[in-house]
Design a protein around this ligand. Structure first.
Ligand SMILES: [Zn+2]
Length: 299
């Protein structure tokens, strides 16, 4: 079904007087085609406090076209599209690609800060694709995969910098433990079917990062001391964002009043961008630290 047909059908359902002799502007027609929460299929009714502004089920082209009019996913799409462009244009020039020993970590960092936004952008843009709910859950998995890449590959420079001056066995124990916990997180992320399961799948890698924070404040921990506040902020800010998203605040207090702007998912999107900015600052400092420090540990 084309988008135009879908719009006309929706307007007929709403009892609009004459759908064939419509002389309103195209952008007004798009707006009138937006649906209410109760009109949506079950898998898209994930936030009962967002009442209006839902796009109807659309073809892939219709979803892409929805970039050009306002609906209740516009802010979610834009807040993660802008970081994609910004990172692609600025970050590659900052990374130490020429240092062979840091090239893998440069890739980890680049993918770690880019992939969450790509997954999220695709998920939010195509979530109302006119396919079954199975396609929706595949898109959700893609969104989760982007977050997982950030928490696993993206965290690798911090894990390696923190354990940089430990004895070799201990160092590899830290790195391989983090990899195993991340793989467990990937399995949980890909098999999670409830919002709380999706949030908890990153718990074990997070606990390991907490232990690494403790290691960093001792004389045994590596990494640039100037990076520490951003190492902490990257997790604190993203947990704060996730908590706001989980509590559905502020739309829970003002149902229907923040459908298009400033709802919990919008706020969470901005906060996780701020968290990944801290991750970027911390990682750049740790990479520079590793390139100038020589450890006396038993290697
Ligand atoms: Zn999102």
């Amino acid at each position: 079904m084309s988008e135009t047909d879908a719009e006309i059908q929706v307007r007929r359902r709403r009892g609009d007087a004459d759908v064939s002799a419509d002389d309103s502007k195209p952008c007004d027609r798009k707006k009138s085609a937006l649906l209410l929460w109760r009109d949506m299929p079950k898998h898209l009714q994930f936030n009962p406090y967002i009442h209006t502004g839902y796009r109807p089920l659309l073809t892939a082209w219709g979803c892409i076209n929805s970039l050009f009019y306002l609906h209740n996913e516009t802010v979610n799409i834009v807040t993660h599209a802008v970081p994609i462009l910004y990172i692609l244009l600025t970050v590659p020039a900052l990374l130490p690609w020429s240092q062979v020993e840091l090239r893998f970590l440069s890739w980890c960092h680049f993918l770690g800060i880019l992939c969450p936004w790509v997954g999220s952008f695709v998920y939010h843009l195509f979530m109302n694709l006119d396919r079954s709910s199975v396609v929706y859950y595949r898109l959700l998995q893609l969104d989760m995969l982007g977050i997982w890449i950030s928490q696993s590959f993206g965290a690798m420079p911090m894990v390696i910098a923190t354990s940089y001056c430990l004895p070799r066995l201990l160092r590899w124990f830290c790195i391989s433990s983090y990899c195993l916990l991340s793989l467990w997180g990937l399995y949980k992320a890909m098999t999670a079917w409830s919002p709380w399961e999706r949030r908890l799948c990153f718990l074990l890698p997070f606990i390991m990062r907490l232990l690494l924070w403790c290691l960093r404040v001792t004389s045994y921990g590596g990494g640039d001391p100037a990076a520490f506040q951003h190492v902490v902020l990257q997790d604190v800010v993203s947990i704060f964002g996730a908590a706001i998203g989980a509590m559905h605040v502020p739309e829970k207090w003002f149902p229907g009043a923040v459908d298009f702007y400033l709802n919990s998912h919008n706020i969470m999107h901005v906060l996780v961008v701020a968290a990944v900015y801290s991750m970027h600052v911390a990682t750049m400092r740790d990479l520079a630290w590793m390139s100038r420090v020589t450890c006396n540990a038993v290697l």
